[in-house]
Design a protein around this ligand. Structure first.
Ligand SMILES: Nc1nc2c(ncn2[C@@H]2O[C@H](COP(=O)(O)OP(=O)(O)OP(=O)(O)O)[C@@H](O)[C@H]2O)c(=O)[nH]1
Ligand SMILES: [Mg+2]
Length: 219
């Protein structure tokens, strides 16, 4: 990646959302502290973590991770916490089909929280929102470790296939992860950080184009 001087000061606010129990806190802790716990307290409102990503030439980007509770009674707080977000991770549990089906319910809150978002049709997609969002399938180790019955395995396979299609139709990147084995955990945060940087550059370029046009008009 190519960085300019001002990138050294980059801070990205990332919001992590999805139903309760899908593994948001576990993924955050795995990424920040390389820890995995099989018993985790439910998040009350929101938890907050920080981690620096280091790049070449001593450049680093600070990620502020806002790990939001998936419990419905905290939902009304979500728009407030979303404010100023640069990117989002939507998590669903591969063994819990309902957690995938709630994608649009979560996206609606995200969309409603950004005043300038274009809302076209009923389906929420990446092109209508100004921050990058990545879809994350969690707990893949449960599929790999052969503890599931044949029927449960087939259900997981169907869920993942449907999730891939939903992600493709909406223009979201999609990753399968496990916080237990660490599969793709670092990768998704790096991917999202890179995407945020691209989005910020597009916005900066658009703004400087606008300024150029306005300057010409008033010359
Ligand atoms: N096997 C396995 N279990 C996981 C994984 N990720 C999370 N879990 C378990 O899933 C349960 C719920 O995880 P949490 O991280 O608390 O879920 P959450 O999405 O933060 O839930 P809320 O805070 O209530 O919104 C815990 O028992 C975790 O150990 C994973 O990758 N593999
Ligand atoms: Mg939590």
């Amino acid at each position: 990646m190519c960085f300019r001087q001002y990138d050294k000061d980059f801070i990205h606010k990332i919001t992590i959302f999805g139903n309760s129990n899908v593994g948001k806190t576990t993924l955050t802790k795995k990424f920040v502290k390389n820890e995995f716990h099989s018993i985790v307290k439910k998040t009350i409102g929101v938890d907050f973590e920080i981690k620096k990503l280091h790049y070449e030439n001593d450049v680093s980007i600070t990620l502020q991770l806002w790990d939001f509770s998936g419990e419905p009674h905290f939902e009304s707080l979500f728009p407030m916490y979303l404010s100023g977000s640069d990117g989002g991770l939507f998590l669903f549990d591969i063994t819990e089909f309902k957690s995938l089906m709630d994608l649009d319910r979560w996206l609606k809150i995200v969309y409603d929280s950004f005043p300038n978002v274009k809302k076209i049709g009923q389906e929420f997609s990446q092109k209508n929102i100004q921050i990058p969002i990545i879809m994350i399938a969690t707990k893949y180790d449960l599929y790999e470790n052969n503890d599931l019955t044949k029927v449960e395995k087939k259900n997981v396979e169907d869920t993942v296939e449907i999730a891939k299609k939903m992600a493709k139709n909406r223009g979201f990147d999609f990753y399968i992860t496990s916080s237990k084995t660490g599969k793709n955990v670092n990768k998704i945060f790096r991917e999202l950080a890179n995407k945020i940087k691209e989005y910020k550059e597009i916005i900066t370029n658009k703004e400087s184009e606008k300024k150029k046009i306005l300057t010409k008009l008033y010359e």
